[in-house]
Design a protein around this ligand. Structure first.
Ligand code: IPM
Ligand code: MN
Length: 355
């Protein structure tokens, strides 16, 4: 009997539904070719539902999602909803409740894409950031004291547990070994200032490294990493870092790989249910215009298949995307692609069957 996977689909807000439609088109093409089955169940979480019902995530939603093999997310963020409500109430809540402790973000410059860095091409930009996804400043630890008065104090603490840090580092070593590129893992931290948090990170990193004699280890401060991403991105293979630093350096990473039109990632719980998403946001001004670039969502679908164990099909999606960027797209920017959203998805689906 052929394999079959149950996918929860959260199209979400803005252009989320449009890009998800293209991702599903490509997933259907590749699964039909490879002979496995994907079944989809739609969930309407997002800004519109919140504005109608006042409910961000309904009771029981997290448990319902736990039963799926993976979650495929479009975008969360609505212009009529105060910033933070949907991000915290849906995206971060799912990451935390489902214990998706890894945020995996490939940064790869595909052929034909304009790189903002002078003299850098696809041979220079091919790295992966492994971002811790459930701790750090994101836990919401802290609070106000005398809020709204002249003596106000706001404290927001970074929580780093040995368990949380170590499992992330371990995942990064394993990933680096599987990726088998340069087998080099760089810890990105700030050991010269964050002398508690990154002391723990550094000790855990070196202790785990002893079990991975085949992996070369390296360290760079986060501020230096932003410099090297611009000057020498070719120095990096896999980078492991905490939640906040990972958030920041992966946006820079997205820019050097051509922008939000192509950047995708996975929120991974290696022992549970993982969630895959384009990282660009909901781009409400392009909603319904058939102008948004669906490639990031399509790439997220590819990462999802690799995670599910359908590596060959995941790779084929990436190859088809590379063919579109190399031959067909004028630009990655919404409205400037020279193709519509639908045409771009059609092309990837066509190429995927031809590989
Ligand atoms: C990301 C986003 C989120 C984050 C926001 C929307 C909460 O920027 O996925 O990188 O900070 O993690
Ligand atoms: Mn971010």
């Amino acid at each position: 009997m052929s394999k079959s996977y149950n996918i929860a689909v959260i199209p979400g807000d803005g252009t989320g539904p449009e890009v998800v439609t293209e991702g599903l088109k490509v997933l259907n093409a590749v699964s039909e070719k490879a002979g496995f089955k994907l079944s989809y169940t739609n969930f309407d979480f997002g800004g519109d539902r919140y504005l109608k019902t006042g409910e961000v995530l309904p009771d029981g939603a997290v448990d319902e999602l736990r039963a799926f093999d993976a979650i495929y997310l479009g975008a969360i963020g609505h212009p009529d909803v105060k910033p933070g409500i949907l991000e915290k109430g849906i995206l971060l809540k799912l990451r935390f409740e489902l214990d998706q402790y890894i945020n995996l973000r490939p940064v790869k410059l595909y052929p034909g894409i304009d790189c903002p860095l002078k003299d850098k091409g696809p041979e220079h930009i091919d790295l992966v950031v492994i971002r811790e996804n459930t701790e750090g400043i994101y836990t919401g630890a802290g609070g106000f004291f005398k809020k709204g008065t002249p003596d106000e104090v706001a404290v927001q603490e970074s929580i780093n547990t040995r368990k949380g840090v170590e499992r992330c580092i371990r995942f990064a070593f394993d990933y680096c070994r599987r990726r088998n590129k340069e087998k080099k893992l760089t810890l990105c931290g700030k050991t010269n200032v964050l002398t508690f948090a990154f002391d723990l990170w550094e000790r855990a990193f070196h202790e785990v490294a002893r079990e991975y004699g085949d992996i070369t280890t390296d360290y760079a401060h986060v501020d230096a990493i932003t410099m090297w991403f611009v000057k020498n991105p070719e120095w990096f293979d896999v980078i492991v870092t905490d939640n906040m630093f990972g958030d920041i350096i992966t946006d820079l990473g997205a820019m050097i790989q051509g922008g939000m039109g192509i950047a995708a990632g996975g929120n991974i719980n290696p022992e549970g249910v993982s969630m895959f998403e384009p990282i660009g946001g909901s781009a409400p001004k392009y909603k319904g215009k058939n102008m948004i670039n669906p490639l990031a969502a399509i790439c997220a679908a590819g990462i999802m298949l690799e995670h599910l164990g359908e590596e060959k099909s995941g790779k084929e999606i990436e190859q088809a995307v590379m063919k579109v960027t190399g031959n067909d797209l004028e630009s990655l920017a919404a409205g400037q692609m020279g193709l519509t959203t639908t045409e771009t998805g059609d092309l990837v689906a066509k190429y995927v069957t031809e590989i």
